[in-house]
Design a protein around this ligand. Structure first.
Ligand SMILES: [Zn+2]
Length: 171
């Protein structure tokens, strides 16, 4: 399970649209309890792929290390990564599967069609699952549930995520 605030969710999707027709990418910091991850900070990163940034992405390793240091300083960890698929659905590519190296992380993908974000999916990819999936024909495991945090508003009321305007979010 991945829990993410509406504000972070919107940021990820906005990044996907802003970067179109190239892929966006970024890092999610947060906390993990059992197998439940809660995103506390979204860090947009530069896609440093120069060969084909419209269908691949790479995060500068120095940015990953900086994010890890920041997470440690907050008593947290890297709990996920996100990227986008310009003019493609939010399904895992073979490259996505083979490059999902981090244990205990969620991998979010946002499909973008003609500059507009469509679906955003999140999958839990442990290395052994990736390998077992590649050997089988059963297909990848289903998407995780994206659960939104209720957000305290400036006036102190908890409202469902879909009723929160970004300008009044207090995260
Ligand atoms: Zn991908």
């Amino acid at each position: 399970m991945l829990t993410i605030s509406k504000a972070d969710y919107d940021l990820i999707r906005w990044e996907a649209e802003r970067s179109y027709p190239q892929e966006c990418c970024g890092i999610l910091l947060g906390q993990t309890a059992d197998r439940n991850r809660t995103v506390t900070l979204t860090i947009p990163c530069e896609n440093v792929r120069l060969d084909a940034p419209e269908r691949t992405y790479s995060i500068d390793p120095q940015q990953v290390i900086a994010a890890l240091k920041l997470a440690r300083s907050r008593g947290e960890n890297i709990v996920g990564f996100y990227h986008s698929h310009p003019d493609h659905v939010a399904h895992y590519s073979a490259t996505d599967l083979t490059e999902a190296h981090w244990f205990d992380c969620s991998y979010l993908i946002t499909g973008v069609v003609k500059g507009s974000a469509i679906e955003t999916e999140s999958l839990d990819r442990k290395k052994r699952r990736i390998l077992s999936w590649k050997r089988s024909t059963s297909g990848p495991r289903g998407p995780e549930t994206l659960r939104y945090n209720p957000v305290w508003t400036a006036i102190g009321q908890v409202k469902p995520w879909f009723r929160i305007q970004p300008s009044c979010c207090s995260l």
